[in-house]
Write a protein that binds this ligand. Structure first.
Ligand code: G3P
Ligand code: MG
Length: 247
């Protein structure tokens, strides 16, 4: 039976973080190879104002180095190995810059940039510089749990697509977007905290709904049936395969 009315986008979380070291070029390349429609990544600002792709504020967990990203330069961060902790075969992977990801990912693949660092003029300047240089404004969604950052960024560039990340049991998801004072492109709820009715209401009002992070096949099935516009997963190949079986 075809339970997929509109096929949801497959969005690779930190690339294909279930099968490759998260937020590395290898992980993004794998997600694209597995047929992801988009990739999600996390960014911080380095000491010299470059956008660095890494989830945590420090490099301790995902590299062979240590310390806070904001205290280190790109050159210092480049020396770190970001692959070996995951598997020996990924030794040599480095911590990428957002610019490297923009260069790697084909233009038709959506990029979801999640801002993890505080707002600053440098963050804004470098983000827009890159979005313009690589002609990515249309194909990028900028999300954050910190909605004020998104507000500041969209005030500077009204065409910026912003996505509200949240991990809350809301009474009315759509109203949150309407009350935010922004032109919201997408909702990014924790996947167990949004019902099919909430998703339907949001999509009927023009919002995209991209729940995170859906890794279990049963939960993927639930999200597909619920009519989510996209599904953020560590396992893009698993979701692609499920979608092929359902259509
Ligand atoms: O953007 C979705 C998801 O990545 C949010 O949580 O902690 O994995 O960045 P986290
Ligand atoms: Mg993230």
């Amino acid at each position: 039976m075809n339970v997929v009315q509109n096929r949801p986008l497959v969005i690779g979380h930190r690339g294909a973080a279930g099968e490759a070291p998260e937020n590395t070029l290898a992980s993004f390349a794998l997600a694209v190879k597995q047929g992801a429609d988009g990739v999600e990544l996390d960014v911080h600002l380095s000491a010299d104002g470059e956008l660095i792709v890494c989830h945590d504020p420090t490099v301790n967990r995902t590299t062979d180095g240590a310390g806070v990203i904001a205290d280190q330069t790109v050159e210092q961060l480049r020396r770190l190995d970001a692959g070996r902790w995951f598997d020996e075969k990924y030794a040599g992977e480095h911590v990428p810059t957002l610019e490297e990801v923009f260069r790697l990912i084909p233009p038709e693949v959506m990029i979801n940039v999640e801002i993890k660092c505080p707002y600053s003029a440098r963050l804004q300047m470098r983000l827009f510089e890159l979005l313009k240089l690589y002609d990515r404004l249309e194909g990028t969604v900028v999300s954050s749990f910190n909605h004020k950052i998104l507000h500041s960024l969209q005030a500077a560039e009204p065409a910026l697509k912003v996505g509200l990340l949240y991990d809350a049991n809301l009474v009315d998801h759509r109203r949150m977007a309407e009350l935010s004072g922004m032109n919201v492109y997408s909702l990014h709820p924790y996947h167990l905290l949004i019902d099919p009715e909430d998703a339907a209401d949001a999509t009927a009002h023009g919002l995209q709904v991209y729940p995170f992070t859906v890794n279990d096949e049963g939960q993927m099935h639930r999200a597909v049936k619920a009519g989510m516009s996209g599904i953020i997963t560590d396992y893009p190949a698993r979701l692609r395969s499920l979608l092929e079986r359902l259509t």
